[in-house]
Design a protein around this ligand. Structure first.
Ligand SMILES: [Zn+2]
Length: 256
Protein backbone atom coordinates (compact mmCIF):
# COMPACT_ATOMS: atom_id res chain seq x y z
CA UNK A 1 0.00 0.00 0.00
CA UNK A 2 1.41 3.36 -0.99
CA UNK A 3 1.60 6.31 1.35
CA UNK A 4 -0.57 8.21 -1.09
CA UNK A 5 -3.45 5.75 -1.04
CA UNK A 6 -6.04 6.43 1.65
CA UNK A 7 -6.68 3.38 3.74
CA UNK A 8 -10.25 2.42 4.50
CA UNK A 9 -9.16 0.87 7.79
CA UNK A 10 -7.93 4.12 9.27
CA UNK A 11 -11.26 4.66 11.01
CA UNK A 12 -10.73 1.38 12.80
CA UNK A 13 -7.65 2.86 14.46
CA UNK A 14 -9.82 5.42 16.19
CA UNK A 15 -12.36 2.74 17.08
CA UNK A 16 -9.60 0.61 18.58
CA UNK A 17 -8.44 3.41 20.84
CA UNK A 18 -12.05 3.98 21.85
CA UNK A 19 -12.27 0.32 22.87
CA UNK A 20 -14.87 -0.45 20.24
CA UNK A 21 -13.16 -3.40 18.54
CA UNK A 22 -13.45 -6.95 19.70
CA UNK A 23 -10.33 -9.01 20.19
CA UNK A 24 -10.44 -10.54 16.70
CA UNK A 25 -10.92 -7.17 15.03
CA UNK A 26 -8.12 -5.68 17.10
CA UNK A 27 -5.77 -8.54 16.20
CA UNK A 28 -6.61 -8.15 12.52
CA UNK A 29 -5.97 -4.43 12.69
CA UNK A 30 -2.67 -5.05 14.44
CA UNK A 31 -1.61 -7.38 11.62
CA UNK A 32 -2.78 -4.91 9.00
CA UNK A 33 -0.84 -2.12 10.61
CA UNK A 34 2.49 -3.89 10.14
CA UNK A 35 2.00 -3.42 6.40
CA UNK A 36 0.14 -0.11 6.41
CA UNK A 37 2.14 3.07 7.09
CA UNK A 38 -1.06 5.15 7.04
CA UNK A 39 -2.64 3.23 9.88
CA UNK A 40 0.63 3.16 11.80
CA UNK A 41 0.95 6.92 11.47
CA UNK A 42 -2.69 7.40 12.37
CA UNK A 43 -2.30 5.31 15.51
CA UNK A 44 0.85 7.18 16.54
CA UNK A 45 -0.83 10.53 15.98
CA UNK A 46 -3.95 9.59 17.92
CA UNK A 47 -1.96 8.19 20.81
CA UNK A 48 0.23 11.25 20.88
CA UNK A 49 -2.85 13.50 20.92
CA UNK A 50 -4.42 11.54 23.73
CA UNK A 51 -1.19 11.53 25.65
CA UNK A 52 -1.21 15.31 25.49
CA UNK A 53 -4.85 15.52 26.47
CA UNK A 54 -4.39 13.28 29.46
CA UNK A 55 -0.83 14.22 30.16
CA UNK A 56 -1.41 14.46 33.89
CA UNK A 57 -2.49 10.84 34.02
CA UNK A 58 0.62 9.63 32.23
CA UNK A 59 3.07 11.37 34.48
CA UNK A 60 4.57 9.37 37.30
CA UNK A 61 2.18 9.49 40.22
CA UNK A 62 3.63 11.31 43.25
CA UNK A 63 4.14 9.12 46.28
CA UNK A 64 1.55 10.87 48.43
CA UNK A 65 -1.04 10.59 45.67
CA UNK A 66 -0.24 6.93 45.19
CA UNK A 67 -0.67 6.32 48.91
CA UNK A 68 -4.04 8.00 48.84
CA UNK A 69 -5.09 6.15 45.68
CA UNK A 70 -4.35 2.86 47.37
CA UNK A 71 -6.19 3.94 50.51
CA UNK A 72 -9.16 5.07 48.46
CA UNK A 73 -9.11 1.87 46.44
CA UNK A 74 -9.54 -0.14 49.61
CA UNK A 75 -12.68 1.90 50.28
CA UNK A 76 -14.20 1.98 46.82
CA UNK A 77 -13.22 -1.43 45.45
CA UNK A 78 -16.51 -3.33 45.27
CA UNK A 79 -16.72 -6.87 46.59
CA UNK A 80 -16.42 -9.58 43.95
CA UNK A 81 -19.75 -9.52 42.17
CA UNK A 82 -21.38 -12.43 40.38
CA UNK A 83 -22.85 -10.01 37.85
CA UNK A 84 -21.87 -10.68 34.25
CA UNK A 85 -18.62 -9.07 33.45
CA UNK A 86 -18.89 -6.20 31.06
CA UNK A 87 -17.13 -7.15 27.89
CA UNK A 88 -14.40 -4.74 27.05
CA UNK A 89 -12.08 -5.01 24.12
CA UNK A 90 -9.11 -4.26 26.30
CA UNK A 91 -9.69 -7.42 28.29
CA UNK A 92 -7.49 -9.53 26.08
CA UNK A 93 -4.71 -7.01 26.64
CA UNK A 94 -5.15 -6.89 30.38
CA UNK A 95 -5.16 -10.60 30.96
CA UNK A 96 -7.74 -12.48 32.91
CA UNK A 97 -6.64 -11.47 36.39
CA UNK A 98 -7.80 -7.84 36.30
CA UNK A 99 -11.54 -7.55 36.17
CA UNK A 100 -13.76 -4.68 35.29
CA UNK A 101 -14.54 -4.04 38.95
CA UNK A 102 -10.99 -3.19 39.88
CA UNK A 103 -10.56 -1.23 36.68
CA UNK A 104 -13.65 0.81 37.53
CA UNK A 105 -12.45 1.27 41.09
CA UNK A 106 -9.08 2.44 39.80
CA UNK A 107 -10.77 4.85 37.45
CA UNK A 108 -13.00 6.15 40.23
CA UNK A 109 -10.11 6.57 42.61
CA UNK A 110 -7.91 8.21 40.03
CA UNK A 111 -10.66 10.55 38.93
CA UNK A 112 -11.23 11.55 42.54
CA UNK A 113 -7.58 11.97 43.35
CA UNK A 114 -5.95 13.14 40.15
CA UNK A 115 -8.65 14.83 38.13
CA UNK A 116 -10.29 16.46 41.13
CA UNK A 117 -7.40 17.06 43.51
CA UNK A 118 -8.91 20.23 44.94
CA UNK A 119 -12.15 18.58 45.83
CA UNK A 120 -10.39 15.59 47.29
CA UNK A 121 -8.12 17.73 49.40
CA UNK A 122 -11.20 19.49 50.66
CA UNK A 123 -12.92 16.23 51.63
CA UNK A 124 -9.78 15.21 53.49
CA UNK A 125 -9.73 18.56 55.25
CA UNK A 126 -13.41 18.29 56.16
CA UNK A 127 -12.85 14.91 57.78
CA UNK A 128 -9.61 16.00 59.44
CA UNK A 129 -11.32 19.11 60.81
CA UNK A 130 -14.13 17.01 62.22
CA UNK A 131 -11.73 14.57 63.89
CA UNK A 132 -9.74 17.46 65.33
CA UNK A 133 -12.90 19.06 66.69
CA UNK A 134 -13.89 15.84 68.43
CA UNK A 135 -10.89 16.20 70.74
CA UNK A 136 -11.99 17.37 74.18
CA UNK A 137 -12.61 21.09 74.34
CA UNK A 138 -12.41 21.69 70.61
CA UNK A 139 -15.97 21.12 69.49
CA UNK A 140 -17.69 24.43 70.12
CA UNK A 141 -16.54 28.00 70.61
CA UNK A 142 -20.12 28.99 71.36
CA UNK A 143 -22.27 26.47 73.19
CA UNK A 144 -25.96 27.01 72.64
CA UNK A 145 -28.97 25.16 71.39
CA UNK A 146 -30.47 28.47 70.32
CA UNK A 147 -29.91 29.42 66.70
CA UNK A 148 -30.56 33.04 67.66
CA UNK A 149 -27.52 32.87 69.92
CA UNK A 150 -25.25 30.91 67.59
CA UNK A 151 -25.90 32.96 64.46
CA UNK A 152 -24.94 36.38 65.89
CA UNK A 153 -21.90 34.85 67.56
CA UNK A 154 -20.33 34.64 64.10
CA UNK A 155 -20.80 38.41 63.55
CA UNK A 156 -17.42 40.05 63.38
CA UNK A 157 -15.63 36.72 63.66
CA UNK A 158 -16.09 35.73 60.04
CA UNK A 159 -16.72 37.69 56.86
CA UNK A 160 -20.12 36.24 56.06
CA UNK A 161 -23.34 35.38 57.88
CA UNK A 162 -23.84 31.63 57.90
CA UNK A 163 -27.40 30.33 57.98
CA UNK A 164 -28.02 28.66 61.34
CA UNK A 165 -30.95 26.36 62.03
CA UNK A 166 -31.95 24.07 64.82
CA UNK A 167 -33.51 20.75 63.89
CA UNK A 168 -34.18 19.52 67.42
CA UNK A 169 -37.77 18.68 66.51
CA UNK A 170 -36.47 16.45 63.74
CA UNK A 171 -33.92 14.74 65.98
CA UNK A 172 -30.88 16.84 65.08
CA UNK A 173 -30.52 19.39 67.90
CA UNK A 174 -28.08 22.25 67.47
CA UNK A 175 -25.30 22.22 70.07
CA UNK A 176 -23.28 25.25 69.08
CA UNK A 177 -20.74 26.51 66.61
CA UNK A 178 -17.11 27.36 66.14
CA UNK A 179 -14.71 28.86 63.66
CA UNK A 180 -12.70 26.44 61.58
CA UNK A 181 -10.34 26.69 58.66
CA UNK A 182 -10.87 24.75 55.43
CA UNK A 183 -9.68 25.13 51.88
CA UNK A 184 -7.49 28.05 52.79
CA UNK A 185 -10.24 30.15 54.37
CA UNK A 186 -12.09 30.55 57.66
CA UNK A 187 -15.43 28.75 57.68
CA UNK A 188 -18.36 28.45 60.05
CA UNK A 189 -18.78 25.08 61.70
CA UNK A 190 -22.22 24.30 63.13
CA UNK A 191 -22.32 21.45 65.59
CA UNK A 192 -25.30 19.12 65.79
CA UNK A 193 -26.04 16.02 67.74
CA UNK A 194 -27.80 12.86 66.62
CA UNK A 195 -28.19 10.49 69.55
CA UNK A 196 -24.59 10.03 70.70
CA UNK A 197 -23.09 11.14 67.42
CA UNK A 198 -21.77 14.57 66.51
CA UNK A 199 -22.43 16.12 63.13
CA UNK A 200 -20.25 18.98 61.96
CA UNK A 201 -21.75 21.17 59.27
CA UNK A 202 -19.20 23.41 57.56
CA UNK A 203 -20.61 26.45 55.79
CA UNK A 204 -18.94 29.10 53.67
CA UNK A 205 -19.80 31.16 50.60
CA UNK A 206 -19.57 29.38 47.26
CA UNK A 207 -17.22 31.13 44.88
CA UNK A 208 -19.29 32.51 42.02
CA UNK A 209 -17.91 30.47 39.15
CA UNK A 210 -17.05 27.42 41.19
CA UNK A 211 -18.56 24.10 40.28
CA UNK A 212 -21.53 23.01 42.30
CA UNK A 213 -20.19 19.66 43.31
CA UNK A 214 -22.67 17.11 44.43
CA UNK A 215 -22.02 13.77 45.95
CA UNK A 216 -20.93 12.08 49.07
CA UNK A 217 -18.25 9.77 50.26
CA UNK A 218 -16.94 7.92 53.27
CA UNK A 219 -13.43 8.42 54.62
CA UNK A 220 -11.98 6.63 57.62
CA UNK A 221 -15.46 5.64 58.70
CA UNK A 222 -16.83 9.18 58.53
CA UNK A 223 -19.64 9.92 56.11
CA UNK A 224 -19.43 13.16 54.19
CA UNK A 225 -22.25 14.88 52.32
CA UNK A 226 -21.82 18.00 50.26
CA UNK A 227 -24.31 20.32 48.66
CA UNK A 228 -24.53 23.93 47.62
CA UNK A 229 -27.54 26.15 48.18
CA UNK A 230 -28.22 29.86 48.47
CA UNK A 231 -24.69 30.62 47.29
CA UNK A 232 -23.25 28.70 50.23
CA UNK A 233 -21.21 25.52 50.33
CA UNK A 234 -22.33 22.94 52.87
CA UNK A 235 -20.26 19.99 53.98
CA UNK A 236 -21.71 17.70 56.63
CA UNK A 237 -19.46 15.09 58.24
CA UNK A 238 -20.23 12.57 60.94
CA UNK A 239 -19.97 8.98 62.00
CA UNK A 240 -23.75 8.66 62.01
CA UNK A 241 -24.92 6.21 59.45
CA UNK A 242 -25.21 7.40 55.91
CA UNK A 243 -29.01 7.41 55.84
CA UNK A 244 -29.22 9.69 58.87
CA UNK A 245 -26.68 12.10 57.47
CA UNK A 246 -28.69 12.17 54.25
CA UNK A 247 -31.81 12.93 56.31
CA UNK A 248 -29.94 15.79 57.96
CA UNK A 249 -28.88 17.15 54.58
CA UNK A 250 -32.45 16.81 53.30
CA UNK A 251 -33.72 18.95 56.20
CA UNK A 252 -31.29 21.67 55.24
CA UNK A 253 -32.11 21.49 51.56
CA UNK A 254 -35.84 21.77 52.33
CA UNK A 255 -35.37 24.70 54.67
CA UNK A 256 -36.41 28.06 53.20
ZN1 LIG B 1 -4.30 0.84 6.78
Amino acid sequence: MSDLTPCDKVLLVQAELDGELDAAQAAALEAHRTDCPICRASQAELMRARGLMRGDLYEPMPDDVRTRVMARLRQVAPPPAPAPRRRRNWDWLRGPSIGFGLGAACAAAISLLVVLPERNDLIDQVVAGHIRALQPGHLEDVVSTDQHTVKPWFDGRIDFAPPVRDFAAEGFPLRGGRLDYLGGRPVAALVYQRDKHIIDLYVWPASGAGPHLAGDTTIQGYNVVHWAAGRMNFWAVSDVERGQLDDFAALWKKAP
